[in-house]
Structures are given as C-alpha cells and as structure tokens.
Design a protein around this ligand. Structure first.
Ligand code: FES
Length: 119
C-alpha cells in the first residue's frame, strides 16, 4: 500500500508575511522546495523554474521574492510568478506554472510537507 511521508519544514512564526524560505532534503545542495508567506497565507512550490526545469530559482538562500514581495522571481532570466497560483506572468516562461507542493499546517502552527506517496 502506498504511504505518504510528512517532512517538518518550520514553524509558522519562522516565516513572516512578505518573506520566503527555502528547504532542502539533503544536507548540501540547492533547496528542493520553498515557502512564501503572502499576508498570512502560506504557499509552497518546488524550486524548479519552468523555463529550465530543474534549475534553481533564488539569487541567494531564501530570496525567492522580488523587492516588493509581490511576486516570486527567478534569478535565471527574471521571470515573475504570481504567489498564489505560481503562474508566470512575465518573462521567458509566461503562461507556465511553478509546481505546487502539498502542505499541512497543524494546530500548533507547524508546517509539514506532504511528500509523494512511495509504492
Ligand atoms: S531559468 Fe528561470 S527565468 Fe530562465
């Protein structure tokens, strides 16, 4: 039977409104996913730009947002994405989307990543 795993990412208080945080599964290497707090709503996506799938997006650790914290930005070629939908609205991959991840936020405000089921 398939079993899904939960991976603890952080506490809600660790990611303030207007901020983003990246997480990696391994001890080294680029983030595999990132979270954005947009006015108290938490969104999570894979750190993979649809322009060049597999390419990492931030210019440096945890910098997934533009200077106004109004859009997700890819440092590769400047693509801008809506925070709530992951839709690219400007740049070389306009019309494509970031890949969302499944999240669970507990009553204690702990944020978990619900990983893909393993066979
Ligand atoms: S790799 Fe993201 S915009 Fe080109």
């Amino acid at each position: 039977m398939a079993k899904s795993d939960r991976r603890r990412l952080c506490h809600l208080e660790q990611i303030a409104p207007g901020q983003s945080l990246g997480f990696r599964k391994e001890s080294t290497g680029p983030d595999d996913i990132f979270l954005v707090n947009d006015g108290g709503n938490i969104y999570g996506y894979k750190n993979s730009c649809p322009h060049w799938p597999g390419s990492t997006m931030p210019v440096r650790k945890n910098r997934y947002l533009d200077s106004e914290s109004s859009h997700i930005v890819c440092s590769g070629h400047g693509a801008l994405f809506e925070i709530s939908s992951g839709l690219c609205i400007k740049g070389p991959c306009t019309g494509l989307r970031l890949t969302p991840v499944s999240l669970e936020i507990t009553e204690m405000k702990e944020i978990f990543l619900l990983e893909e089921p393993h066979p």
